[in-house]
Design a protein around this ligand. Structure first.
Ligand code: GDP
Ligand code: MG
Length: 443
C-alpha cells in the first residue's frame, strides 16, 4: 500500500522538532523519504535524482516557519517545487487563425488516442464552441476505424474515414479538404500506434504532419507506463515534435509520476488528463493536484492551514481542561460541532486527508450532514440542567427531548451513549497528554 510522504516524514519530524534551521543532515534524512515517495509514484529515476538535488539546495539552512513543523515545511517545499515544475502553461489549445485548426493525436497502441480524440472533440465543442471533424487515420486495424465511428455516433460528431486500404497520409489530406468544404473548424486526426516506438510509424506521422503543419500534436500516454514514459515521450518528441501531452488512465491507482517525468524530460506541457473510459472523462491538468497525488498526501497542507485558522489555541486549552476535570457538557459539544462545520463541508475535509484517495467510493461519498443536524436538534431540545448533568435524563425526559427535536428515543439514547463514551475517551487522552507534558490538543 502507498504511504504518503507526510506519514513517512513523521519520524524525522519529531527528531528535529524545535530546531531553528534545517541542517544538511536533517535535509538528507528527509530527502531519503522524498526519494522513496517519488520512486513509489513511478517517477523516472534520473528525474528523481535531479529533483532531489534541487530541493535539497533550497531546504538546507532554511528557517523553520513558526506555524509549521520542519517536516511540514519540507513537504511544502517539495510540493511547491513539483507544482512549479509541472505547471506553467494551462490546458489552452492553439487554434489556427486560418481554418481549420489541425490537431494530431499520437502515441503507442492502447494509450488512449482514439478515446481521447472523441473526448477532446466533445470538450472543444462544448467549451470552445468548435465544430470538430474526427479523422480515422489508423488503417491497420479495421476495429480502430469502427471504434472512432462509434464514438462519433455517440457524440453526434462527423467522422472522416476511408477504409483500411487507403493511405493514412491521403486520408488526412482529404479530411482537411473535407473540413474546409463543410466549414468544420477543427480537425482531430486519430493516428495509428505501435506497441513500441518504431521508425516506420515515425515516418508515417512525419508525412501526415507535413500536409499542413498541425497546430497541436498531442502525445497520448498511459499514466501506468511508469518508468518507460520518459523514453516514449522523448522518442516521439525527437521524431515529430509534440506540443503537449494527455495523460490517460489516471482513474486507476497510479500515482501519476509519469507527469513529472515527461514534463521534466520534454519540457512540453501536460494539457489534459483522462480519468475514465466514458466520453466526458477528460479534465484540464492541474499541476498542484498532481503534485499532491504524486506525493500521496491528499491535500495535506490545505488541511493543516484550515485547521490552524479554525481552532484557536486558547479554546483548545480550555477544552482540554474541561475534559480533564470532566466538566465537558453538551454545550461544549455543540460548540465543537460548530467548529467542525466552520472548516467546511465534511466530505471535502475527508477528501483532504492523506490516503483518502485510496479509499474506494470516497469520491462519491456524502458525509451525512443531516445526522449532524439531528444531533444538534437533540442537544438544543435539552434544558440547561440536562446539558450540564446528562445523568438526570430519564425516560420521561428522553421522550420530551425526542419529541422536541423531531427525533426518536433511540436517537436520543444513541447520542447520550456517544457523549459518555467520548467523555471517557477524552479524559483518558488528556490524562496521557498531561503526563507527557504536552499542552496542545490534537484535532
Ligand atoms: P489507442 O490504441 O491509443 O487508440 O487507445 P484506445 O483509445 O483504443 O484506448 C485503449 C483502452 O484504454 C480502451 O479500452 C479505452 O477505453 C481505455 N482508456 C482510454 N482512456 C482511458 C482513461 O482515461 N481511463 C480508463 N480507465 N481507460 C481508458
Ligand atoms: Mg486507436
Amino acid at each position: 500500500a502507498f504511504e504518503g510522504l507526510s506519514e513517512r516524514l513523521q519520524g524525522t519530524m519529531t527528531k528535529i522538532k524545535g530546531k531553528g534551521k534545517l541542517s544538511e543532515a536533517d535535509v538528507k534524512e528527509m530527502m531519503r523519504e522524498v526519494r522513496f515517495a517519488l520512486i513509489e509514484a513511478d517517477v523516472n529515476l534520473k528525474v528523481v535524482k535531479s529533483f532531489i538535488k534541487k530541493v535539497s539546495e533550497r531546504a538546507v539552512g532554511l528557517e523553520v516557519m513558526e506555524s509549521l513543523t520542519p517536516g511540514q515545511q519540507v513537504v511544502k517545499i517539495v510540493k511547491d517545487e513539483l507544482t512549479e515544475l509541472m505547471g506553467g502553461e494551462q490546458s489552452k489549445i492553439e487554434f489556427a487563425t486560418r481554418q481549420p485548426t489541425v490537431i494530431m493525436m499520437v502515441g503507442l497502441q492502447g494509450a488512449g488516442k482514439t478515446t481521447t480524440t472523441g473526448k477532446l472533440a466533445g470538450v472543444l465543442r462544448k467549451k470552445n464552441n468548435r465544430k470538430p471533424l474526427l479523422v480515422a487515420a489508423d488503417v491497420y486495424r479495421p476495429a480502430a476505424i469502427n471504434q472512432l465511428e462509434t464514438i462519433g455516433k455517440q457524440l453526434s460528431l462527423p467522422v472522416f474515414s476511408k477504409g483500411t486500404d487507403a493511405n493514412p497520409v491521403d486520408i488526412a489530406r482529404e479530411a482537411i479538404e473535407h473540413a474546409k468544404a463543410e466549414h468544420l473548424d477543427t480537425v482531430i486526426i486519430d493516428t495509428a500506434g505501435r506497441l513500441h516506438v518504431d521508425e516506420q510509424l515515425m515516418q508515417e506521422l512525419k508525412d501526415i504532419r507535413s500536409i499542413k503543419e498541425p497546430d497541436e500534436i498531442f502525445l497520448v500516454v498511459d499514466a501506468m507506463t511508469g518508468q518507460d514514459a520518459v523514453n516514449v515521450a522523448q522518442s516521439f518528441d525527437d521524431a515529430i515534435g509534440i506540443t503537449g501531452v494527455v495523460l490517460t488512465k489516471l482513474d486507476g491507482d497510479t500515482r501519476g509520476g509519469a507527469a513529472l517525468s515527461i514534463r521534466t524530460v520534454t519540457e512540453k506541457p501536460i494539457k489534459y488528463i483522462g480519468t475514465g473510459e466514458k466520453m466526458d472523462a477528460l479534465e484540464p491538468f492541474h499541476p498542484e493536484r498532481m503534485a499532491s497525488r504524486i506525493l500521496g498526501m491528499g491535500d495535506m497542507l490545505s488541511l493543516i492551514e484550515k485547521a490552524q485558522t479554525n481552532v484557536d489555541e486558547a479554546k483548545a486549552k480550555e477544552l482540554e481542561e474541561k475534559f480533564r476535570t470532566s466538566s465537558f457538557t453538551f454545550d461544549d459539544f455543540l460548540e465543537q460541532l460548530d467548529q467542525v462545520k466552520q472548516m467546511g463541508p465534511l466530505d471535502e475535509i475527508l477528501k483532504m486527508l492523506p490516503g483518502a484517495g485510496k479509499i474506494k467510493g470516497l469520491e462519491n461519498a456524502k458525509v451525512d450532514e443531516s445526522q449532524m443536524g439531528r444531533v444538534e436538534a437533540i442537544i438544543r431540545s435539552m434544558t440547561i440542567q440536562e446539558k450540564t448533568t446528562p445523568e438526570i435524563i430519564n425516560a420521561n425526559r428522553k421522550k420530551r427531548i425526542a419529541r422536541g427535536s423531531g427525533t426518536s428515543i433511540q436517537d436520543v439514547n444513541r447520542l447520550l451513549k456517544q457523549f459518555e463514551d467520548m467523555k471517557k475517551m477524552m479524559k483518558q487522552m488528556s490524562g496521557m497528554a498531561g503526563k507527557k507534558g504536552k499542552k496542545k490538543m490534537s484535532m
